[in-house]
Design a protein around this ligand. Sequence first.
Ligand code: DCM
Ligand code: MG
Ligand code: MG
Length: 249
Amino acid sequence: MYSKHDLQPTRFQTYVFMDLEATGLQFSQPRIAELCLIAVSRHALENTEYSNSFLPVPLFPRVVDKLSLCLNPQKPFTPVASKITGLSNDLLHTNRRQGFNIHVIHILEAFLKRQSAPVCFVAHNGYGYDFPLLKAELNGIGFSVFNDVYCVDTLAAMKALDKVNNHLYQFAGLQSNSGRKTYSLEGLYLKFFKEYPPDSHTAEGDTIALIAVFQWRAKDLIKWTDLNAKQFDEIKTMYKEQTKLDSPA
Ligand code: DCM
Ligand code: MG
Ligand code: MG
């Protein structure tokens, strides 16, 4: 059940910002090659500090827990995924990275246990990509739940906020080449900070960019998350199992 059906909003204490790099897009049944989690307290987000510069920018919270792992995806990267991430099967193999295994689960569980509850994962396009993909990898080793963890998609949040407050939320209305509004992480970051985010398509770079974008409208996004976050348990897996053709290379 979605928390928006509850009478009381959930008051999250920890926001675990997340980004995954993987071997390709949804339809290719991708496997994870890199993951980054950065846990930030509600307190830090509600009390965001800004630089003194001409264009004040939110300062990265001083107190965070950060986890970044590179993984052998055991599946070929698509050329585009390899190009944009700078990762390849060779590179991960040469660096002797392990795959998504039980140790990763233990690390994630321990990381989450150290956070003040309730906890909410935050990912940009999380409902479309990161959460279903994480679910698929968890299922792949017979593990499907993180107890009492919620999740929210900042892409869905930004779209929803833009709709209800069109006159206030034009910030999200960056035009793509096709003339449609785009809510890509890069687009939002460029709109807010007048420069491209550093280290795009690295898990840590994208997670840090997401935190900056979230901080820019922290009050609204915290409120929206409290009302609309879904239970991670309810997220549907991106795929059931790797088809034969796609079995580990
Ligand atoms: N991806 C892709 N092709 C794109 C964009 C993304 O294959 N044009 C895949 C590979 C990335 C993953 O999605 O590792 C996550 O994307 P992002 O770096 O935007 O988080
Ligand atoms: Mg991403
Ligand atoms: Mg990324």
